[in-house]
Ligand binder design. Structure first.
Ligand code: KPL
Length: 299
């Protein structure tokens, strides 16, 4: 299968690297990373160990493939969609954090857009080298739920490359579950500058659980069946599997980049307001990260 990974940072490089064992992969990446991959190939270390030679480019326009996997930050989704619209793809799959990305892609693109979640821990160590800091899985399926041959085909292609993949018929629920995972782990680890495993221990554990419970409550208000226990269990499973990982939001803060707070906890706060739900933990975490973003000039 020909696959373009659009936004090959840490997660995109890990996923693209695994897929390149079996498929014809092109990474769309920042200049230094694209150049390093072109010259010396892509190395993945840690829980996944491989060296592959995918194509790599910084030119995101006019690409063609069977599948485009979108792994850009949530705020960059509109720009990614506009660039993808200049190319030709049979399907598009979002493996991004936060809510709203698939809708943005589907509004701007003709090919079918599938929903996906990824719970791997990943860090881009240097140009050309990504580290897998926690085994996770990819879950994918149709955006509104239900089964589709296209999703099965993509799931089989991922499996053939050794990427742990589940094709799910309940993506709306899975997306909220992943939202609870990110709402709990990402801002707590970013604000306290700790690895993901810290949310399993006091004093961070209470805060993380509270963020996950609130997210589950808002999911139910939006008619998505996600219990408090399911949300907490998913968050604790991912935190244990990626205990040594630096969450993507912590990576963003450490690098002085804008975070995905709006698409994660900010989304929970907005949907809570629609349904008159109280979400004090998500509101506080959102305000703290936004305040940091404002202080460094991102707002
Ligand atoms: O999605 C992640 C992230 O860091 O954004 C997890 C799965 C929590 C891994 O750190």
């Amino acid at each position: 299968m020909e696959i373009v990974v659009f936004g090959a940072g840490s997660l995109g490089s890990l996923v693209g690297g695994v897929l390149a064992r079996e498929h014809d992969v092109t990474l769309v990446a920042r200049p230094a990373h694209a150049e390093a991959v072109r010259i010396g190939g892509l190395t993945v270390t840690g829980a996944v160990d491989l060296h592959v030679s995918p194509s790599a480019t910084t030119d995101s326009r006019g690409l063609a493939a069977d599948l485009a996997i979108v792994t850009v930050k949530a705020a960059d989704t509109p720009t990614a969609a506009d660039a993808l619209a200049t190319g030709s793809f049979d399907a598009v799959l979002s493996l991004q954090n936060g809510m709203g990305n698939e809708e943005t892609l589907a509004d701007r693109l003709e090919p079918p857009v599938l929903a996906g979640t990824a719970t791997y821990g990943a860090i881009l160590q240097e140009p050309g080298v990504a580290e897998c800091t926690g085994q996770g899985e990819v879950v994918l399926g149709t955006r509104t739920g239900g089964r589709a041959p296209l999703a099965e085909r993509i799931g089989n292609a991922f499996d053939a490359a050794g990427l742990e993949t589940t094709v799910a018929g309940d993506m709306p629920r899975r997306r909220w579950e992943k939202l609870a995972v990110n709402a709990a782990i990402n801002p707590v680890t970013a604000l306290s500058n700790v690895d993901n495993g810290a949310v399993l221990e006091p004093p961070a554990a209470d805060l993380a659980r509270s963020a996950a419970w609130e997210t589950a409550r808002v999911a139910r208000a939006c008619d998505v069946s996600l219990s408090d226990r399911e949300a907490t269990a998913a968050m604790e499973r991912v935190a244990a599997d990626t205990a040594a990982n630096t969450s993507s939001m912590r990576q963003d803060v450490l690098a002085g980049r804008r975070t995905e707070i709006d698409a994660i906890n900010g989304y929970v706060v907005d949907r809570a307001a629609d349904h008159d739900c109280a979400v004090p933990t998500n509101r506080t975490l959102t305000a703290l990260i936004r305040s940091w973003e404002r202080g460094v000039g991102h707002r």
